[in-house]
Ligand binder design. Structure first.
Ligand code: BGC
Length: 437
């Protein structure tokens, strides 16, 4: 592996609902995922995040795993319904106590705390009032950011406002395969704008309380156009605008692109200035590229997704394409030029069917190959002049993978859910050695 700058940030990521469990302690309120997971047929194995990895009780053991890995940073998320059980009103001190202990433990272990404020677990009462379709949710989010920064702002090193607002809009409100399970297709644009507005208002709230850096973590997928007709080109442009530009152009001061569903009547005077508040880091979550061609006649979508041939595949059936990460980083740099803040890859990882062997060891050579390829892609991009200053693996632990329940394992550490036993996989040792070198 070639050398990286000495101050390059190596980390791992998790999110609250996927690992914490303990959903009924310290006054936590219900989130949309508690509700959604209980609806029949929503989660493939019928599970919920009630226990997940029991991290709320086992955070000390998990912090020791981070220390053993030698990462310089740990990206976790804060559960809004622990801080504000109803999504409004004063902070629930007992809910914040947990993150206080976690952050102190990380600092003692020499690991920088990187905190995401929203990784999809909206307090249920806010959903009952319209969720992110309701403009008021943006103001509520800024209030929650303020309360959280008042308690942790002196120690969190990097704030991430939102995780993947594109995925939350598309799966949660467009297609209904994630909470809150709405199926509005392209009528979900208000969810995009209100999340971005909430982001901008939260940036201001965080700046007022904390001198730490502020970021957003967006999901990106470079588009591979399949076919070569004008209609294929138009389809690829439309998908690219939706997935890769809708949540980035306005952040970096360019206003909204002409993406499917874009509705200018939702955007009020002054909003775009709030959305474009300067950020210190752009978080990039990358898993795979997307094949796109023109839709069949009569399709409700202006594009059609097509599987990409010629790549190995993960247990999620996603193509393993490190060249896509290199391409994406170059594209962001070309597209935004000087307006692009330093990038940190805030999620990169893969699911495989990892299981202990007869000796109790967990070997995951496919994950090592996956990560090796993606880390090299980042190195190539840096060599070509793209400002990339960090790389976080998704995820530290096998965890509760949303609608896939416990059936997809993304961890560097295997979790045996019935016993909650943690077993570092061979990829854990590989990543530890890489960081040391
Ligand atoms: C999300 C994670 C999720 C991962 C794998 C990302 O879109 O931020 O929460 O577990 O992808 O699907």
């Amino acid at each position: 592996m070639p050398d990286f700058p000495a101050d390059f940030r190596w980390g791992v990521s998790t999110s609250a609902y996927q690992i914490e469990g303990a959903t009924d302690v310290d006054g936590r309120g219900p989130s949309i995922w508690d509700t959604f997971a209980r609806e029949p047929g929503r989660i493939v194995d019928g599970s919920t995040g009630d226990e997940a990895c029991d991290h709320h009780h086992r955070y000390a053991e998990d912090t020791a795993l981070l220390a053993g890995l030698g990462v310089s940073a740990y990206r976790f998320s804060i559960a809004w319904p622990r801080v504000q059980p109803t999504g409004a009103g004063p902070a629930n001190a007992a809910g914040l106590d947990f993150y206080d202990r976690l952050v102190d433990g990380l600092l003692d272990a020499g690991v920088d705390p990187v905190a995401t404020l929203f990784h999809w677990d909206l307090p249920q009462p806010l959903e009952d009032a319209g969720g992110w379709l309701n403009r008021d949710t943006a103001a509520r989010f800024a209030e929650y950011a303020d309360l959280t920064a008042a308690r942790l702002g002196d120690r969190v090193k990097l704030w991430i406002t939102l995780n993947e607002p594109f995925i939350h809009m598309t799966l949660g409100y467009g297609l209904g395969t994630h909470a809150p399970g709405r199926m509005l297709l392209f009528d979900s644009f208000p969810v995009a704008h209100h999340q971005l507005l909430g982001h901008g208002l939260a940036v201001a709230a965080l700046r007022a309380r904390s001198t730490s850096e502020v970021a957003i973590a967006n999901n990106y997928s470079p588009v591979r156009q399949v076919g070569d007709t004008d209609a294929d080109r138009a389809a690829a442009r439309a998908y690219d605008a939706l997935h890769n530009r809708l949540f980035t152009d306005p952040l970096l001061g360019r206003g909204y692109p002409d993406a499917p569903g874009y509705d200018p009547t939702v955007v009020r005077d002054g909003d775009l200035d709030v959305v474009a508040a300067p950020i210190d880091v752009l978080g990039v979550n990358y898993y795979n590229p997307t094949g796109i061609r023109a839709p069949e006649e009569g399709s409700p979508l202006p594009f059609e997704m097509v599987p990409l041939d010629g790549y190995p595949r993960t247990a999620f059936d996603w193509p393993v394409a490190p060249d896509g990460l290199r391409e994406l980083l170059g594209q962001l740099h070309d597209r935004y030029g000087d307006a692009l803040p330093p990038i940190q890859v805030t999620e990169s990882g893969c699911a495989y069917d990892d299981a202990p062997d007869a000796d109790g060891r967990v070997h995951d050579p496919e994950r090592i190959a996956y990560l090796d390829g993606h880390v090299r892609a980042v190195h190539d991009a840096i060599g070509a002049g793209v400002p990339v200053t960090g790389y976080f693996v998704w995820s530290l632990l096998d965890n509760w993978e949303w609608a896939e329940g416990f059936t997809k394992r993304f961890g560097l550490v295997h979790v045996d859910y019935p016993t909650q036993r943690r077993t570092p996989k061979s990829s854990y040792a590989w990543f530890r050695d890489l960081i040391r070198r």
